[in-house]
Design a binder for this molecule. Structure first.
Ligand code: GLC
Ligand code: CA
Length: 577
């Protein structure tokens, strides 16, 4: 609040000035954004695949949860080789999920409920079924149609070797050789993901023009913003040199210990400096409209490198994957939170926080795995891996989330985590659909285990109310029944009620944009404590219980805390000071 002797706005931060002038502006800085994975949220027509009318019918449940916005994973026209991240028409909803009109209905209803909608845009690659790629295949080498993508001559005497050593994120080479229309072997095209996902050529101005048009198309329909897929991959280093660091799959996690210059040099397909021009161009289009926002999926480390992507004229925010993958341990958590707040603030951005998404292992299961057995993101838990401790995992997940939701900035939730849903890690091979599974012959089990449809009403159908037929594109494991939403609704101590309470108090105390500081005076070596807008948040990592200081308990992960006032291990409490 401005002090009396300040000039108007003189004592306010930029963020506060904008918020005071236009109350809706910069909503994304503090928003709790709920990720919907459309095929697994709710199915209206019983074909076993979630759809937009299914979401519309269940929107009230999200309003009662208390979220501010929804981010939808892609629902555009797609052959579904990578569950919709392979788009063949950016302006059409895939019939699997409904129609463009269904989205209008959803947008209208969500507006009434005060929920904003962010959609997923995939600029790094299209589907191989996209008209642009089909034209490119039919057109001769060197043509304008080929120049939309990354076609190159192969190496070797007869071009029989890929143009460089890059590997697909899903396993195997990142290049596929085409056959010319006359049957002879032709050029190679780059695909950082599946061979059905050719990478676009962002050095071609036509690509940028097309995306300006796609962004405007959805902005005019009233979407509130975009999550930008593989934002770190759009621009490749000129000349496409070999990557010079090698781990099993040349995957991005290996670069986290490098300096910026080393990373740009050694991993020539991620985080290239040329990307900032493309980002600024995106931003100019978005800024033609009021109150819209971008969130970048930029897998960049370390934080100062990622912060460059959210400078004032670039993306609004970026997922904080370093936070998501931080060890469950006080010193590490304290460092990443401090670094995030500090590094983003340097460029005028707010931090984001996230524990789960559709590419990882649900945190209710992940936190029940010993660090030395924790798979790499995207690899999934193999059925032969040691079984996670699911009770410990859930207890820790609730605590980690309660700690996260009190932090200033924007938080992302992944559908089902509000139910405490575990990973479906024992899915049989015959159900697996993630391209990673096929491309590595099952060696990396992939991401299907976090993508299983949600249980809504226990025993309503074989799919626990996901639809009325019991069909399910991935079968729910037997233990999902116990997590059904109706068994938790109104039940004190349930994970669902915990989330509702956290979101309510977070809003009531303005913690998304609060004054944050570490509260060393309430901390010992096994606890972390911070104060945000007069709320003290304590995380006890254990093993021993700690006595909770005086003050009203606003919310706690430990159901019986108010009686004993002893906070057990792996529990969190919010206290009004
Ligand atoms: C992103 C998505 C992931 C997808 C990949 C390729 O990482 O989150 O699900 O497979 O991009 O589009
Ligand atoms: Ca359906």
């Amino acid at each position: 609040k401005p002090k009396a002797n300040c000039l108007k706005f003189g004592c306010m931060s930029n963020h506060e000035i904008i918020a005071a002038a236009r109350p809706n502006a910069e909503w994304w800085r503090t928003a709790v954004i709920y990720q919907i994975y459309p095929r697994s949220f709710a199915d209206s027509n019983g074909d076993g695949i979630g759809d937009l009318p299914g979401v519309t019918a269940r929107l009230e449940s999200l309003a009662s949860l208390g979220i501010d916005a929804i981010w939808f994973s892609p629902f555009f026209k797609s052959p579904q080789k990578d569950a919709g991240y392979d788009i063949s028409d950016y302006k059409q909803i895939d019939p699997l999920f409904g129609t463009n009109e269904d989205l209008e209905v959803l947008l209208a209803k969500s507006k009434k409920l005060g929920i904003r909608i962010i959609v997923d845009i995939v600029p790094n690659h299209t589907s191989d079924q996209h008209a642009w790629f089909q034209e490119a295949l039919a057109a001769p080498e060197g043509s304008a149609a080929r120049d939309m993508y990354m076609f190159r001559e192969g190496k070797g005497a007869n071009g029989e070797l890929p143009p460089n050593n890059w590997q697909s994120i899903f396993g195997g080479p990142a290049w596929t050789r085409i056959t010319n229309t006359d049957g002879t072997p032709g050029q190679w095209y780059l695909h950082m993901f599946d061979s059905s996902q050719p990478d676009l050529n962002w050095d071609n101005p036509r690509v940028a023009d097309e995306f300006d048009d796609i962004l405007r198309f959805w902005l005019k329909k009233g979407v509130d913003g975009f999550r930008v897929d593989v934002a770190h991959g759009m621009i490749k280093r000129a000349g496409l040199p070999d990557a010079t660091i090698y781990d099993e799959n040349l995957r991005e996690r290996s670069i986290s210990n490098l300096t910026m210059a080393e990373a740009e040099e050694q991993v020539p397909y991620w985080g290239q400096p040329g990307v900032h021009d493309a980002i600024r161009r995106f931003r100019r289009v978005l800024d033609e409209f009021d109150d819209r926002a971008f969130c970048a999926e930029a897998s960049m480390s370390p934080l100062p490198r990622l912060a460059m992507w959210v400078r004032p004229d670039e993306y609004h925010q970026a997922f904080n994957f370093d936070y998501m993958t931080t060890a469950y341990e006080p010193a590490a958590l304290k460092k990443i939170i401090t670094d995030s707040i500090v590094e983003y603030a340097k460029v005028g951005a707010s931090s984001t926080w996230v524990m789960s998404n559709h590419d990882g292992i649900r945190h209710a299961t992940r936190l029940g795995i010993a660090p030395e057995h924790t798979p790499r993101p995207g690899d999934g838990i193999h059925p032969t891996d040691p079984a996670p401790d699911e009770a410990l995992g859930l207890r820790r997940a609730r605590a980690a989330t309660a700690f996260m939701l009190g932090l200033p900035g924007s938080s992302y939730l992944y559908q089902g985590e509000e139910l405490g849903l575990p990973e479906a890690w024992q899915l049989e091979g015959k159900y697996r659909q993630d391209p990673t599974y096929a491309r590595t012959n099952g060696k990396r089990i992939g991401r299907d285990g976090c993508r299983v449809p949600l249980p809504w009403e226990a025993d309503a159908t074989a799919s626990n109310g996901f639809n009325t037929t019991g069909e399910s594109w991935l079968p729910q494991p037997a233990n999902y029944r116990a997590f059904a939403r109706n068994l938790q609704e109104g039940v004190a101590g349930s994970t669902l009620e915990l989330y509702k309470r956290l979101l309510k108090e977070r809003k009531a105390f303005g913690m998304g944009s609060g004054e944050f500081r570490w509260a060393e005076e309430f901390q010992d070596k096994n606890t972390l404590a911070y104060i945000n807008n007069g709320v003290l948040v304590i995380f006890n990592f254990g093993p021993d219980s700690v006595v909770v200081p005086a003050g009203e308990v606003l919310v706690t992960t430990q159901h019986d805390l108010t009686v004993e006032r002893e906070l057990e291990h792996d529990q969190v409490v919010w206290i009004k000071l």
